[in-house]
Design a protein around this ligand. Structure first.
Ligand code: SF4
Ligand code: FES
Length: 392
C-alpha cells in the first residue's frame, strides 16, 4: 500500500505532540521543513548558510533513512519539504526521494544552484512530483556571479536551467543573495527574474553568521547601498504587481530592531542536517554547548521537537535576560537571533546585538560601517578544507 499522510491515522507522532502539558503543545509541528540532503556542493559561496564544519558525504543519511524521515514528517503533519544542501542534486537518489515525498503527500520544493542539472533530469524530477524550483543567483552578469560562487560557467548554466524549469511548467523562485559587491546589480537582477518568468524573487541580504561572518568585511554593504536597495525594491513591487512577488530581507546590522529569526527558536521551524541531526536553525551548530539529537538516535522526530534540550533551551521567553526580559517586543521578535547573539556577544541567551537596545549594538554597527567602507573584497571561499582565501 502506498503510504500517504492521510492514511497514517493514529500516529504516535501526533500523540506525542498533543500530549497535555507538553512544552511543544503550543508549538505545533512546523508546516514546512528544510532537509539538507548533503553538504557537498560544486559552488563555494562565501556566505553559505552551512556550518563551517561541513558534514562529509560518508556521514549522510542513506536513501532508506531519508525515506523513513519523509514518511515520518508526513505522518506528524508536515505539509511541505524543501530539498536543500549543499547542492541537493549531488545526491544520486534525488528523484527517488522526490517520488517518495510525493507519494506520502508532501509538497516538494528544490532549492538548488542548478549547475549540475540536465534538462532530462529536471524533467524526471518533475515526473516524480517535484512541485517547485528555487534557483540561487549570485548576480546578473557572469563575471561577477561566477567569481562570487567560485564556479566558472555557473551563471550561464543557471539561466539555462531556469528556462527549462518554466518550459516544464514548474513554478520558479529566483533567490538572489545580496551584499556590497553585487547590490549595484539589483535593478538588473529584478529584470532578469521577470525575463525568466519567475513567480517570486527573494532579495536576501546576507545575514552574518558562519561563513558570512568570516567574510563580513568583504560583504557588508554601506548604508547608502541599503537605502538604494530598499527604494529599488519598493518601486519594483509597485511596478510589478501581479507579475513578480518580491521578498526582501535587509541585513539586520542596519535595522533598529532584530528579525524574529526562525519565527522564534523552536516555534515554527526545524531542519535536518545531512547526517540526520534535527536542528532548530540551519546555523544552530555555530552555538557551542548544545547537543542536537539525530533521527538515527532512536527518538521520533516529534519527540525531538518536543523534548530535546536544544529546542527547549531558547523556546518561548522564559530564558531571556535584560533588556529582552522586560521588553514590550519580546513576544514579537523573541529576542532576535540566537546564533547572532552567540557569534557577537558570546552568549546565545543575550539580546541579539542587532537590536538597538543591546549594549553591544553601537559597537557592532560602527564596525559594520567601517568594514563596509574599507573592507577588502577578498573572499574566504566555502569548502571542506575550512575555506580558501582568494583575491578578486
Ligand atoms: Fe527584541 Fe530583546 Fe530588542 Fe526587545 S530588547 S526589541 S525583545 S531583541
Ligand atoms: Fe540561528 Fe537566527 S540564524 S537563530
Amino acid at each position: 500500500m502506498t503510504e500517504t499522510a492521510a492514511s497514517a491515522t493514529g500516529s504516535d507522532g501526533i500523540a506525542v505532540l498533543e500530549k497535555p502539558g507538553s512544552v511543544a503543545e503550543t508549538f505545533g509541528i512546523p508546516l514546512a521543513v528544510l532537509l539538507e540532503l548533503t553538504h557537498r556542493c560544486p559552488l563555494q559561496c562565501p556566505y553559505c548558510s552551512n556550518p563551517l564544519e561541513l558534514e562529509r558525504g560518508g556521514a549522510e543519511l542513506s536513501t532508506d533513512e531519508w525515506k523513513r524521515v519523509l514518511s515520518e514528517l508526513a505522518r506528524i503533519g508536515v505539509l511541505q519539504v524543501h530539498f536543500s544542501g549543499g547542492e541537493p542534486t549531488a545526491r544520486k537518489d534525488l528523484v527517488e526521494l522526490v517520488r517518495h515525498a510525493t507519494e506520502v503527500g508532501l509538497y516538494t520544493n528544490l532549492i538548488t544552484s542548478a549547475v549540475l542539472l540536465s534538462r532530462e533530469r529536471l524533467a524526471t524530477l518533475a515526473d516524480a512530483g517535484l512541485a517547485h524550483v528555487q534557483i540561487s543567483f549570485q548576480g546578473s552578469e557572469a563575471s561577477l556571479a561566477d567569481r562570487v560562487g567560485g564556479f566558472a560557467g555557473g551563471h550561464a548554466k543557471k539561466l539555462e536551467v531556469a528556462r527549462w524549469t518554466r518550459e516544464l511548467d514548474l513554478p520558479l523562485t529566483v533567490n538572489a543573495v545580496m551584499h556590497r559587491q553585487n547590490l549595484h546589480l539589483l535593478p538588473d537582477i529584478i529584470e532578469m527574474a521577470v525575463q525568466l518568468d519567475a513567480d517570486r524573487l527573494e532579495v536576501a541580504n546576507v545575514q552574518y553568521y558562519g561563513w558570512a561572518l568570516k567574510n563580513r568585511a568583504a560583504l557588508m554593504p554601506t548604508i547608502a547601498q541599503i537605502k538604494d536597495c530598499t527604494a529599488t525594491v519598493e518601486a519594483a513591487r509597485e511596478r510589478l504587481k501581479g507579475v513578480l512577488a518580491i521578498d526582501y530581507v535587509i541585513p539586520d546590522y542596519y535595522a533598529a530592531r532584530p528579525k524574529k529569526c526562525m519565527g522564534g527558536w523552536g516555534r515554527q521551524f526545524f531542519n535536518i542536517s545531512p547526517s540526520g541531526k534535527v536542528l532548530p536553525c540551519h546555523a544552530a551548530e555555530t552555538i557551542t554547548g548544545l547537543d542536537f539529537p539525530s533521527v538515527r538516535d532512536g527518538a521520533s522526530i516529534a519527540e525531538i521537537w518536543r523534548d530535546a534540550e536544544a529546542f527547549n533551551r531558547y523556546r518561548g521567553t522564559g530564558w531571556m535576560q535584560e533588556p529582552c526580559a522586560s521588553c514590550a517586543f519580546k513576544e514579537i521578535d523573541f529576542g532576535g537571533c540566537r546564533c547572532q547573539a552567540f557569534a557577537l556577544a558570546g552568549d546565545a541567551a543575550a539580546t541579539d546585538p542587532a537590536c538597538a537596545l543591546s549594549p553591544l549594538h553601537d559597537r557592532i554597527f560602527k564596525t559594520a560601517e567601517a568594514e563596509a567602507t574599507s573592507g577588502s573584497d577578498r573572499f574566504l571561499y566555502r569548502n571542506f578544507a575550512g575555506g580558501t582565501a582568494k583575491d578578486a
